[in-house]
Design a protein around this ligand. Sequence first.
Ligand code: SF4
Ligand code: SF4
Length: 230
Amino acid sequence: MMYEQELKTLLQANGATLVGFSDLGDRAPAEFPNLRYAVTIVRRLSDTVVETINGKPSIMYFHHYRTTNTKLDLLALDAVDFMEARGYAALPIAASQSTNTDKDAYKGVFSHKTAAVLSGLGFIGKNALFINPQYGSKIRLATVLTDMPLSPEFPVMERGCGACEICKNACPAKAITGNNYIYGNARDTVLDARRCSEHMKTYKDIGRGAVCGICMRVCPYNQRKGGTPS
Ligand code: SF4
Ligand code: SF4
């Protein structure tokens, strides 16, 4: 633990909700094999805004989603400055990534959730969202890849969804399989990303068809009083 605490203090002072660290090992992106360490930056979503999602996304949620992503991207820049000032490489991965180079797979340059799971801050739910025990999935993520050696503060979390199927039953696109996510498995074991994305386009009048949020809204981990699935 050389720089972790200093970096965490900086990012939290600037508005990060949680900060985690990981050694990606062979999960580093093939294009950047030297950048095998990652900083995960978490920013919580507003309870009040999330509660405006009722059966469909709201315009308030769409704007909040975009603003939170921008805040995360700015926090990632703070981390980049910190690491480059100390002589290390640092590559920010945007909170909301373009799929232009791989449209069919609906994937970004690097999966934020891979680094987030390895940081020990949470696990992946049946809705394919990253879930932190304190904040649920009412969070957004950004990642900075680096060659600065960083160690996770926590072990990988085992917690899961159990028998809960609330998000599967609530998804209007029937995009959620209901399988528990097993770390290392492909995303399509839990989520049909194409179906999800196509459904979002039906909300073109709300956020130009880029958000939904129903499976986040209904999750017991996201209720204000800290419910957990049965
Ligand atoms: S975001 Fe909406 S469409 Fe996509 S999986 Fe969740 S509930 Fe289904
Ligand atoms: S609604 Fe239930 S099954 Fe879906 S992610 Fe939340 S806890 Fe898991």
